[in-house]
Design a protein. Sequence first.
Length: 145
Amino acid sequence: MVWYQRQIQLPSFPKGCHPINKHILDALPEMSQVKAGLLHVFIMHTSAALTINENADPDVLVDLDRVLDTLAPEDFPYRHQEEGTDDMPSHLKVSLFGSSLLIPIHAGRLCLGTWQGICLCEFRRHSHRRRLMLTVFGQSAEDEN
């Protein structure tokens, strides 16, 4: 069995949902040696989240962000306002989505559906460089020998 773990910092993204598969795959070249396993992706923040969603039509991610803004509007009378009007809605959205993903690996590749992609959901208006902890656990091709 093999374990790989790496912390990465994503580039700064504006508010919205953004595909990040490439950033994750570029950080884990060892994953190509995993015959069967799991990738755990954890975001180390409370105002941005991760999701798996459509990666072919960018309008899906725009609509997703718009719906979330309707569910958790900035003009609601939140008690927590110290970090700006977009902070508490961000925390709510993270609670809806969660802070981690678990994705199967087969033959060195992520087992995502044809139209699926890993997305960073940046909920703050001022962009931040978000950190992810990536953990791969699995059986390598060498384990069979």
